[in-house]
Design a protein around this ligand. Structure first.
Ligand SMILES: *Cc1c(COP(=O)(O)O)cnc(C)c1O
Length: 455
């Protein structure tokens, strides 16, 4: 069947524009609210945190947004990323399914995150900003923004969740190699950090705390802005280079997916692979099953509440309507650090509520097993986060085997695991166990959600 939804790539085989799903949504997103007044906020409320160009993208409903040439110049170093047919995995699983994967681990930072770090640094530079402050969990976002800061000559300060700061010295060294400053969070550098340390001197930190620290810093200085590596509309937008390239590459392969799979932490790499396909589905009615894979220990989409909540622990960000476990929820420690966030992108949450995507939660042991099987046949060692997508795709391929149907499966392999070898070491030593969150803590955190009349 002819594919009428074409993404024309330019001569360098990269998209010229990002794709904005907001243009094709059957119902608009719920607006962000002011953290104090609970009234919808206008774009200007975000100005202390982000440059206007990014705020414009955050609220845009234009279908296509031009990718600036200086951004494409840097993308070109590793884009288009390869799309592979996983023939050896198909044989290993003995499935009639045809499995494809898009590999984002070829970026200099080893994941999809530079797709947004580069444009974010570019727009900050254009606005005359000289310093960007951010948070990082496992360190992938921090190293991607550090890379982008180096490319555009912008100072980068990263608040890194303390437990990762200790466990992942190589990620920190990578940020420092790119010239960024990396601080363990909670720190003595911010009011919220000092407050948390006073109450919990041994705090391991969390993404929510690190975000509060970074936001506090950014709001204080005119030359400084904040950057977020996931969740927000403009971040998801930047990641759509993944899916647009995949559409063109799948067409070269003469296939169109029946199933699209990605892992979800804040939702950005999943959006990257899925949104261009979802847009085609919404505009043309093409049948497509889209599956988000999340960790059972931090099951935002499958167990969270769809409600207004803060993006951080300190309660200083605007309220966003999203699937959330509660901004005070502390997920247990597990190895896919990039998936340990209490909330989910409002856009992903919205399309989940509309029934346009499905979500499944997996335990870490079954994900590592899938990741190791994958490495042994395909040769690429997935990041712990990415093993959730591998597991999701393998399950679909096994369903095809059972039913004797030859479906086409596409998944996003969002990063390699070369900085996560301790996790694999633990897995091989039999030290990894499945962890569960505390149901009482979840209920307590959900009970503390801000009550918002607009709901
Ligand atoms: C950050 C990260 C994630 C989680 O973030 P999303 O916004 O959900 O994509 C997943 N995988 C890798 C490799 C990451 O670096």
């Amino acid at each position: 069947m002819a594919n009428t939804v074409k993404y024309e790539l330019s001569e360098d085989r990269m998209p010229r524009q990002w794709y904005n799903l907001a243009a094709d949504l059957p119902e608009p997103l719920a607006p962000p609210l002011h953290p104090g007044t609970h009234q919808p906020i206008g774009p200007e409320a975000l100005e202390p945190l982000f440059p206007m160009a990014l705020i414009a993208q955050e609220v845009s409903t234009e279908r296509h947004i031009e990718i600036p040439e200086p951004v494409r110049d840097i993308y070109r170093q590793w884009r288009p990323t390869p799309l592979y047919r996983a023939r050896r995995l198909e044989r290993f699983l003995d499935t009639p399914a045809r499995i494809y994967y898009k590999y984002e681990g070829v970026s200099p930072a080893g994941s999809h995150k530079p797709n947004t770090a580069i444009p974010q640094a570019f727009y900050n530079k254009e606005a005359g900003i000289t310093r960007i402050v951010t948070e990082t969990g496992a360190g992938q976002w921090g190293s991607s923004l550090a890379l982008a800061g180096a490319m555009f000559g912008i100072e980068v300060d990263v608040y890194m969740v303390k437990v990762s700061f200790r466990q992942k010295p190589y990620r920190r060294a990578m940020m420092e190699a790119y010239g960024a400053r990396c601080v363990a969070s909670p720190s003595e550098e911010t009011e919220i950090g000092r407050k948390i340390l006073a109450e919990h001197p041994d705090s391991n930190g969390s993404l929510g705390i690190a975000i509060s620290e970074a936001v506090e810093q950014a709001a204080q200085r005119d030359d400084t802005k904040y950057a977020l590596g996931s969740v927000l509309n403009h971040v998801l937008l930047h990641q759509t280079v993944i899916g647009q390239e995949a559409m063109a590459q799948m067409e070269m392969a003469g296939d169109y997916p029946d199933i699209v799979v990605g892992c979800t932490g804040g939702g950005s790499n999943f959006a990257g692979i899925a949104f261009p396909y979802l847009g085609a589905k919404l505009r043309e009615g093409r049948d497509l099953y889209i599956k988000a894979c999340e960790p059972a220990a931090c099951p935002t989409l499958t167990r969270g509440k769809y409600a207004y909540d803060f993006g951080d622990t300190g309660g200083s960000t605007p309220l966003m309507k999203m699937h959330t476990l509660g901004s005070s929820f502390m997920p247990p420690g597990f190895h896919a650090g990039g998936l340990r966030y209490h909330g989910m992108a409002p856009m992903i949450s919205h399309i989940k509520e509309l029934g346009l995507i499905d979500a499944v939660a997996y335990q870490q042991l079954e994900c590592f097993k899938a990741g190791v099987d994958f490495a042994r046949v395909e040769g690429i060692l997935p990041a712990p986060e990415a093993t959730h997508a591998v597991k999701g795709a393998v399950d679909e391929a096994l369903k095809c085997k059972e039913a004797g149907t030859a479906k086409v499966i596409l998944f996003n392999l969002c990063g390699h695991g070369h900085f996560d070898m301790q996790a694999y070491t633990d897995y091989f030593a039999g030290k990894l166990t499945d962890v569960t969150y505390d149901e009482n803590e979840l209920q307590t955190a959900l009970g503390q959600l801000p009550s918002v009349a607009a709901e």
